[in-house]
Design a protein around this ligand. Structure first.
Ligand code: HPA
Length: 268
């Protein structure tokens, strides 16, 4: 499969995928905008540097949040990162919480997911080349990046839950209280609309991938007030300085050439 081609001359790079509230590559230096052609369409990215390492910044929802979660070109985005020589990806996500300990303003180094999406292209392995691939998801997120995130948060005294189960819903509507009650019984801690299939495609592409989720609200039926995107954006703004400090500390600790088992897991 073309995704597995050698990087050749290209220097290994890191990538940051900005979710809701994270739209600008302002923590990077020398930023250039580029477009990448993929089999799934053209993808816009920013290429900059951080402490001498090349970093791609990708605003997941487009610049200024113009693409709804179910219309994001997840396959194009991950393909573009692979094409550009990215080895490790840190993503951000805004989430609601159904775990009493995970309060608005807290961060979560997500460790598991449950997929309730319905209608999105979700795999690179469509079987069109006559090959059937079943990818292992025992450990869906890169454990070495998650460790870096946990250590960085501890050093910065930022409140981060070391693990949490992300329930991914289709959106763009928020959930009903009955849905949240059900997800909670199933073991969900937080709920969002974008992490699947991003995490799935990253693993299929052999990338190391982890996500820092920001709790922006209590989930439907737990929150005393109706949910709104304004509230989500407001809390993302309030927490943006801590998220920025955390992401910068994480980027400074990641070695794009560092070895990891995520690539091998892609086709075990
Ligand atoms: N539900 C789904 N997605 C979200 C939420 C939520 O409560 N908060 C932020 N993104």
């Amino acid at each position: 499969m073309r995704l597995e081609k050698e990087r050749g001359w290209m220097m290994a790079r890191l990538a940051l995928i900005g979710g809701t509230g994270v739209y600008d590559p302002d923590m990077l230096g020398g930023v250039k905008e580029e477009t990448v052609s993929t089999p799934y369409g053209v993808v816009d990215i920013f290429l900059g540097t951080f402490q001498g390492v090349e970093v791609i910044f990708m605003p997941g929802h487009g610049r200024g949040h113009t693409i709804p979660p179910h219309k994001i070109n997840y396959r194009g985005n991950i393909w573009a990162l692979k094409e550009l020589g990215v080895t490790k990806v840190v993503a951000t996500a805004a989430v609601g919480s159904m775990n009493d300990a995970m309060r608005p303003g807290h961060f979560v180094a997500v460790s598991q997911f449950i997929d309730f999406t319905k209608n999105r292209p979700f795999t690179f392995f469509d079987g069109e080349d006559g090959v059937v691939v079943h990818t292992d998801f025992t450990e869906p997120y890169c454990s070495s990046i998650r460790k870096v995130i946990q250590e960085a948060a501890a050093q910065l005294h930022i409140k981060l839950h070391p693990e949490g189960c992300y329930v991914c819903v289709e959106g763009p509507r928020f959930e009903t209280p009955a849905e949240i009650a059900a997800y909670r019984r199933l073991g969900g801690d937080i709920v969002g609309m974008t992490n699947v299939p991003e995490v799935v495609l990253a693993r299929e592409a052999g990338l190391c991938y982890a996500v820092v989720a920001t709790v922006t609200n209590l989930a439907a039926g737990i929150s005393p007030t109706p949910l709104s995107h304004v509230e989500v954006d407001e809390v993302m703004k309030q927490t943006s300085e801590n998220l920025r400090r955390l992401l910068m500390a994480v980027l400074s600790k990641l070695d794009p050439e560092g070895s990891c088992s995520c690539g091998a897991r892609a086709r075990e």
